[in-house]
Design a binder for this molecule. Sequence first.
Ligand code: WQD
Length: 342
Amino acid sequence: MSKRVLVSGGAGYIGSHVTVELIQAGYEVLVADDMSNCDLTCFEGVKKITGREDIPFVKMSFCDEAATEKLFSDWKIDAVIHFAAFKAVGESVEDPLKYYGNNLNSFVNVIGAARRHGCRNILFSSSATVYGEPDKQPVTEQTPRKPSTSPYGNTKQICEDILRDCVAAYPEIRGIALRYFNPIGAHPSALIGELPRGVPNNLVPYITQTAAGRRECLNIFGNDYPTPDGTCLRDFIDIVDLARAHVCAVARMLDDKMEKEYEIFNVGTGRPLSVMELVNAFQKVNNLKLNYKIVPRRAGDIIAIWADPTLANEKLGWKATRTTEETLAAAWAWEKHLMGKN
Ligand code: WQD
């Protein structure tokens, strides 16, 4: 009997890509999402890609303790991947209570229900944002976390600590935190991808919407940083590579391969790329000219961050394999798919 993985927030950008990879790896998946930050486009795409019309979907909020309890009593769940959280950095600064309330309560409810229902395995969707502006690059899992510059980033640190402390206190719980760097791109089928609501905060969806004519011009926030071309450096990780890291982490838990009860892994390529390099790569691989201009720096941006992914490579048996060109071609194909739909 296949093991079942609950993907909370599974109708979203990362959750939908992870659902595809889990199903294709032979797991049963239960998707639960409150639909506060997405519509059913990606979930419908998941069904098309996998050929599975029977993927169970529950619309619910994990802030609702009773609904969370019901989910775990209705379904035998062997592992949880917890994505359900608000994730807009700027919004979290304007409305911290919305972020602390939602992101912390939902995770506490998930762990509590998992514990009560014999689900030992908790995989938490964390972020490289916990490192702040690192003193040394590349970043390893031993790089000290820094006080977060946003309530959003702080909820990621706090949730890591909640998981760490629950694993230490409750023998029936064990966990893995995956610290993502900058997830970008879309599934090669162009049936799922990033669907930001309103004006995109992140670079790549802003690029694709500018190329599609939905945005007038891409603003590049600063080219006066102490970097080779003056623009910020990031570790842009392809969304399918990222999704596959989750399958490896779930297998590590379900196949009892963990070496400690709480483990943390950086999920990145290990290759720093500048904003300008990414813009130029997008233009080249998609054979188009992007309208952009250099504007002043964006408050809160860090100069550079990229991963040392050695631990994930060795312990998860996972490595990012997709090239920047493949990723940016897929991102553009997804945007064109969306244009065709609207
Ligand atoms: C990347 C670079 C911008 C938009 C954020 C979150 C982080 C994680 C990933 C959730 C920066 C530049 C961007 C634009 C630009 N999310 N940029 N013009 O800020 O590295 O990380 O997303 O976990 O927590 O902080 O990603 O894509 O916003 O920016 O020049 O229109 O692109 O200045 O240097 P970021 P980003």
